[in-house]
Design a protein around this ligand. Sequence first.
Ligand SMILES: Nc1nc2c(ncn2[C@@H]2O[C@H](COP(=O)(O)OP(=O)(O)OP(=O)(O)O)[C@@H](O)[C@H]2O)c(=O)[nH]1
Length: 218
Amino acid sequence: MDWLAASSGNSGEASPRSSTLKRKKSAVQDARLLVLGPSAVGKSAVVVRFLTKRFIGEYDHSSEIKYKHTVVIDQENVVFEILDSCSSEKITEDTFEEHMKWADGIVLLYAITSFKTFELVKKLSKRLQEHRRSNYMTPMILLGNKRDMSHVRQVTKIQGEHLSHELNCLFAEVSASEDATEIADAFLNLYREIQNSKRRSRTFLDKVFGSLGTKSKN
Ligand SMILES: Nc1nc2c(ncn2[C@@H]2O[C@H](COP(=O)(O)OP(=O)(O)OP(=O)(O)O)[C@@H](O)[C@H]2O)c(=O)[nH]1
């Protein structure tokens, strides 16, 4: 796997403005990821792990933060824009809608140590599915974080897998505190899914407009 951090940095945009969020969908080598989940599931820890390969135990921020991070994948620079959102309970419907329009892919987190967060994610996923349906089924990965705390787990791996099947998305259990590789893999897999989805939608458009073009010539 070719997975090298080329550069990274906080874009310094706390609470990104809607003008930024409403930009056109990005090209393939540019992926916009929305990180969602209830409070204290480890959203910031996972994002910071991906960006810096380090675990930061207490990450204090009250508003959402957007990062830019360049990674070399298959000899190509891929620019990730990552929006570490506030806890899902606090996101208003308007903001949620804006974020969904902006995102190429979604990282949805719960903590395996808290059944409550799993229930909140299920509730949130109902909201998500409505938007994903109107949004070409935005690719998504469901992450059960805090796997290092398996001895106090409240959500089984099978329950996580089950939910991912219902949501038609990728799934992994990870530990932001212990493992950088599996988090990098999770982001890589989501990126690949985004690429595949863009390819499928281009092929579909080519078929529709290609055949229209052919018809008009005859
Ligand atoms: N044991 C363990 N603790 C973790 C892990 N990931 C995060 N934590 C801890 O969980 C707590 C919450 O982590 P955050 O990254 O702030 O969680 P968040 O989802 O961004 O929280 P909000 O900002 O409230 O939405 C912190 O005390 C972290 O140290 C993990 O993989 N394992």
